[in-house]
Structure formats: C-alpha cells, structure tokens
Write a protein that binds this ligand. Structure first.
Ligand code: NDP
Length: 446
C-alpha cells in the first residue's frame, strides 16, 4: 500500500512540486483514501482520486485599483473551481498578502471533502487575492473589491459558483463585492454568502464556523463521556472563527484563557468572559486594532509578543488562525501540559508531524474539514433561504447547524473507528470522498 501511495504522490508532484501546501493536503488525503479505494471494486482502477485532486478550472486575473494617494496598485485575483460533482462550486475568498495558487488549491481540495460532509448539495472552490486589507481605508477596500468583482462576476452565479468570506474577507468586503455584482448583472441574487441580514444573509452565518468547531469538540468529548463545561480552552486567532469559538465556549461554561493575532498572544488567567470578548470584537471588527491592546484594558493579562498560545497549559486547544500554525514541538508541549482535545477551526492549522503526535497519544483530534464545516454548512442554508426567498429564525438555523455537526461526527465514527481510537482524519476523508466519488462515477468521464 505504501508503494501505491508514494507512486500516486510522485505522479501529482510532477506537475505541482512548487505548491507545498497543496501537496501537503494531497498527501494527507491520499494516505487515508487510497487504501479505501483499493479495497472497493467500485472505485478501484477508475483514477478517481487523480481526477479529484485536479481542479476543474483555475482562473487568474489582474486587479487594478487606485489608492487614496491616487497611485495605481496592481494585485492578482484567483478563483479555483475545484469540483462541481455534487453542486455549484462553493468556498471562500481570502484576501491576504500570502495568497498564491498553492494555498488556494489546498483550500479548494479540503473544501471538496468538507462540503460533501455537510450533506448539502455544494461543490467546491476557493479564491482570493494577495491584496492586504490591513491598514487600508474603507474607500480603498471598496475600490479593490469592486475591481476584483468586475472580473470575477463573469465566472460566478447562484447556480454556478457561490463564494463566501475567509481570512481578510468579512461582512464589509462581501457587501462591496455583492453591490458590484448586482450592478454589473442587474440582478439581486444569492451569488455570495455571508451577506448582511437585511439583504439576503442568514442568521448565525457569522457565528457558524466558530460555533460549529465547538459543537464538534463537544461531540468528541461526549463520545468519551466528557464535556467542555468547566474545561480550560486556548484559542489562536482573534478573527471571525476565533471570536465565535470563544463565544460558544463561554456559553458552554468553559474558561477561555488565550487568543492571538499575527503579532502575538494574550494570556488572561482569569478567563476571557463575555464583556472582555466584546472588547476584542470591537477592537478587531470596528477599530481594526491589534490584540496587544487587550492588556492595556485588562492589566491582569499578559501579552506574549510574536508567540503562539500553544505553551499555555489547557484541556482543549482550538487553532483558529491559519494553516501550519501548530508544529510537532507545539503538539508535544500541549500533550505534556495535559491537553485532551484539539478541534481545528482553521484549515490545516496542524502540521502533519503534529497530527502524528496527537494520534500516538490518542487524544481527540478533529481535522478542519470536519470540525470547521459549520461555516459552509450555514452558507448552504443561506443559499437555500435565498432560493426560497425566506428567512429561518436564529433558533432554526442554530439547531440545523448543531444537527449537521452531529451528523458529521457520526460519519467520522462510521469510517474512522480503529479499535479503541477514533481516527477522525481518516473518517472525515473517507466519508467526504464517497459522496463525491459516487457522483463523479455516475456522471461519466467529464
Ligand atoms: P479572519 O481574517 O477573520 O481572522 C484571521 C485571524 O488569524 C486573525 O486574528 C489573524 O491575525 C490571524 N492570522 C492570519 N494569518 C496569520 C498568520 N500567518 N500567523 C498568525 N496569525 C494569523 O479569518 P477567519 O477567522 O475567517 O479565518 C481563520 C481560519 O479559519 C482560516 O484558516 C480560514 O480558512 C478558516 N475558515 C474560515 C471560515 C469562515 O467562515 N470564515 C470557514 C472555515 C474555515 P491578524 O489580524 O494579525 O492578521
């Protein structure tokens, strides 16, 4: 089996060796899915995984815009339309200076499996730009978003491709892009998710990824007769996913003692309560400030400059910032300090060596494609509400989200149970694979 996997990886590597994040995601999937394919006649010999890791289409385009000083800026825009076997392409847009094709292809590939796991009819895509919204005025962000959409609008639509937010793309950016799409197409339609409530958005969509990550952690804990209640939690990031993961932990009576951004980590041993979290939300979402400002307001807390939170002792760790933010060394420290559960809010935040450490030590570990699927699931519910021209209540959406996270957990159990240990990574990959593979086989070689 090892040889089959290595041959497969080296075949993909021939065309993609300059894309390390994409190759990392391919390897992670191949190691669990190829043995399954080989064991099943219906999938074996059909080159199905080879087809799945090749994007259906990749769009790359120039985005010109004028900054507040009247200077012309040039950025690069992308949309990776990865797989449409089970529905329109669906996945976020990321605006961050590190964005490149490797990162977007890894995210789009993860999205194939994640969207399948939600059981909703969504294909997979991902896109974005190397534009950095940080430090830009609202007017600059608006002009960039309008220019970006002036090209992207040709390739998307409610039945074709429905982008959403990701790092650097929140309600403000979705609003500007939706406005431009509407103007160009002359139609009011559910082409983006994460919209404002008064113009087609769904209740709970901003909260969904963070809440879902915590619901998934609670499902894992319950499965081993434990609960989040009373546990100490560390969270990386202080953006959309991190904020609502913290909110749900607080609601479930856990103690959140740490959050971070790319400049460092805050450690508040007294716990970040609802009032302190409101301060963080205001600081990051309205003032667009830096996390170290927390310690000026709450001097009992400390700021660990340029540090991640992983050295702080905890029961549960929720990496909610970015890819490859937790390495083998961090994983060993987490285990040494008594961590029993890691639920990924971000996409691929744990390096492969870190995941091995979690598995060897048999702690609860959920890959993002399962644990952070709540965001795209509620995006799917937003699409359904847009089609119905109807809005469900907060309670209705939240209960559907809870149900979906529970179903994803059950799918992971079905395919990931190994003697006395649940391999959630294997379970998520195989469960996600089956639905997409069946659809691809039924639709022929296209
Ligand atoms: P935001 O832009 O709202 O927040 C990102 C947070 O991560 C910020 O605190 C940011 O700090 C920090 N961060 C970003 N890059 C780095 C870096 N290189 N090193 C350290 N910290 C960093 O993004 P989201 O919260 O939406 O997304 C976070 C993660 O969750 C991503 O991996 C995304 O793909 C994933 N995700 C998001 C979903 C969503 O619905 N939004 C859905 C599913 C997954 P700073 O402000 O300093 O940049």
């Amino acid at each position: 089996m090892k040889k089959i996997i290595e041959n497969f990886i080296s075949e993909i590597d021939k065309k993609n060796s300059h894309e390390p994040e994409f190759m990392q995601a391919v390897r992670e999937i191949a190691e669990t899915v190829l043995p399954y394919i080989v064991s099943k006649d219906i999938y074996h010999g059909k080159n199905i995984l080879m087809r799945m890791v090749e994007p259906e289409r990749v769009l790359m385009f120039r985005v010109n815009w004028v900054d507040d000083n009247g200077e012309i800026q040039v950025n690069r825009g992308y949309r990776v339309q990865m797989n449409s076997a089970i529905g329109p392409y669906k996945g976020g847009l990321r605006f961050h200076p590190t964005v490149n094709l490797s990162i977007l292809k890894f995210l789009a590939l993860e999205q194939v499996f994640k969207n399948s796991l939600t059981t909703l009819p969504m294909g997979a895509g991902k896109g974005g730009s190397d534009f950095d919204p940080k430090g830009k005025s609202d007017a600059e962000v608006m002009r960039f978003c309008q220019s970006f959409m002036t090209e992207l609008y040709r390739y998307i639509g409610p039945n074709t491709d429905v982008p959403a937010g990701d790092i650097g793309v929140g309600g403000r950016e979705i609003g500007y892009m939706f406005g431009q799409y509407k103007k160009l197409k002359k139609e009011f339609t559910g082409v983006l998710t994460g919209k404002g409530l008064s113009w087609g958005g769904s209740l709970i969509r901003p909260e969904a990824t963070g809440y879902g990550t915590v619901y998934f952690a609670e499902n894992m804990m319950n499965h081993v007769s434990k609960t989040i209640k009373g546990k100490t939690v560390i969270i990386s990031g202080s953006g959309n996913v991190a904020q609502y993961a913290a909110e749900k932990c607080i609601q479930l009576s856990a103690k959140v003692i740490s959050m971070s951004d790319s400049s460092g980590t805050i450690y508040d041993k007294d716990g970040i309560d609802s009032e302190k979290l409101s301060f963080i939300m205001n600081l990051k979402n309205i003032k667009r400030g830096r996390i170290h400002e927390y310690v000026k307001k709450y001097p009992n807390a400390t700021f660990l400059k340029n540090k991640t939170p992983w050295e702080i002792p905890c029961d549960i760790a929720l990496p909610c910032a970015t890819q490859n933010e937790l390495n083998e060394h961090d994983a060993k420290i987490l285990i040494k300090n008594g961590c029993i559960c890691v639920s990924e809010g971000a996409n691929m935040p744990c390096e492969p060596e870190a995941i091995i450490v979690f598995k060897i030590n048999k702690i609860l570990y959920a890959p993002g494609k399962a644990s952070n699927a709540g965001g795209v699931a509620v995006s799917g519910l937003e699409m359904a509400q847009n089609s119905l021209r109807y809005s469900w209540s907060r309670e209705e959406v939240d209960s559907k989200l809870k149900e979906i996270m529970k179903d994803i957990h059950n799918s992971c159990l079905t395919h990931g149970q190994e003697k006395d240990y649940v391999n959630y990574e294997k379970g998520a990959n195989i469960a996600g694979f089956i639905k997409v593979a069946d659809a691809m086989l039924a639709q022929g070689v296209v």
